[in-house]
Design a protein around this ligand. Structure first.
Ligand code: ZN
Length: 321
């Protein structure tokens, strides 16, 4: 696209165009949203919030949120540029979430699953006590209900404001994956851009099947720090999905447009012998397009809206470390 705006910002209607992080081109926002937030120029996968991710992945109206009342506390009384409690409130106000992960049960092509997705809008999807607790409880749901566990990852790593409590979540989430494996239910992680730090170093890369979105940054530490440490230049494309597929960390790369189909096949393959049957209702509607684009265009819709089940869980805000 050969658009030049000549620096006159007032000529460009607000919010109609966005700049692609990858190719640098200015693209029509509607085109991006109608293609599941993928750049029409280069195929870059823009981030999705938790509601959008649920909408494009699960069968329509199948998601029931769990443990939505879990909220972080501030065990260290941590203050950096601002108190942790203020920061939490700021992100809660802007996202409508209590923390950086939404979990629950849902269906993919009629197969019931335990599903969790991180939301990078909330403190870069950092791994703290609430995320660790939600992942562990979701693994228990998967094991008890005999359904596969699917975790969509997008994270800047451990939540520094929770210090050692955050680091403990690496152990806890690893135990969650192990719980599924011992129970004989499958686990799948979908790594999106970016998945880094303690998230990569724990549950994100321990699932039975590890899928990545195209071009996602996946790693532990940033390339600059690694180069300074090992005093070597890193190869081209290091820490991108394609490089990691070639080197065996990732099992497959799946474009967003195919993810529901691929997950449906995997879930069918991975399901436990005593898994619940495929729901008839979803089978009937299988052929119809679930219209992710229309949900993508409705960012106001929060995943908590259709939640019934979480009301049965322990009420009130709590910490989970
Ligand atoms: Zn692009």
């Amino acid at each position: 696209m050969a658009w030049h705006f000549g620096g006159k910002k007032k000529d460009m209607p607000d919010g109609l165009w966005i700049r692609c992080d990858e190719c640098g081109k200015t693209v029509y926002k509607k085109d991006v949203e109608s293609s599941l937030r993928v750049c029409p120029e280069c195929g870059f996968h823009f981030s999705l919030d938790s509601a959008q991710r649920i909408a494009i992945t699960l069968d329509p109206a199948s998601f029931s949120e769990l443990f939505a009342d879990l909220a972080p506390q501030d065990p260290l009384g941590f203050v950096d540029r601002e108190p942790y409690t203020d920061r939490l409130k700021r992100y809660a106000d802007s996202t409508g979430l209590k923390d950086a992960m939404v979990v629950g049960t849902g269906a993919i092509q009629g197969w019931k699953v335990a599903f969790g997705t991180m939301d990078t809008r909330f403190m870069m999807g950092s791994l703290g006590s609430v995320m660790g607790e939600k992942i562990y409880r979701l693994a228990e749901v998967a094991a008890n209900q005999r359904v596969p566990l699917i975790l969509v990852c997008g994270s800047g790593g451990a939540r520094m404001q929770e210090g050692v409590v955050s680091l403990m979540q690496m152990v806890k989430t690893s135990a969650a994956i192990a719980l599924c494996q011992e129970a004989g239910v499958g686990s799948i992680s979908l790594l999106t851009n970016p998945t880094t730090g303690g998230t990569t170093a724990s549950f994100a890369t321990e699932a039975d099947v590890i899928i990545a979105e195209p071009g996602a940054l996946i790693g532990f530490t940033g390339p600059r720090v690694i180069e300074e440490t090992i005093k070597q230049k890193l190869p081209e494309g290091f820490q991108k999905s394609e490089f990691l597929l070639e080197h065996g960390l990732v099992d497959m790369i799946v474009p967003r447009s195919e993810i529901r189909q691929v997950l449906g096949e995997l879930v069918q393959y991975l399901r436990a012998e005593d898994a619940p049957p495929r729901s008839e209702k979803a089978q009937d509607g299988e052929g119809e397009k679930s219209g992710p684009a229309e949900v993508i265009g409705s960012p106001d819709k929060t995943p908590g809206d259709n939640s019934e089940e979480h009301k049965n869980q322990e009420g009130g805000a709590e910490t989970s470390a």
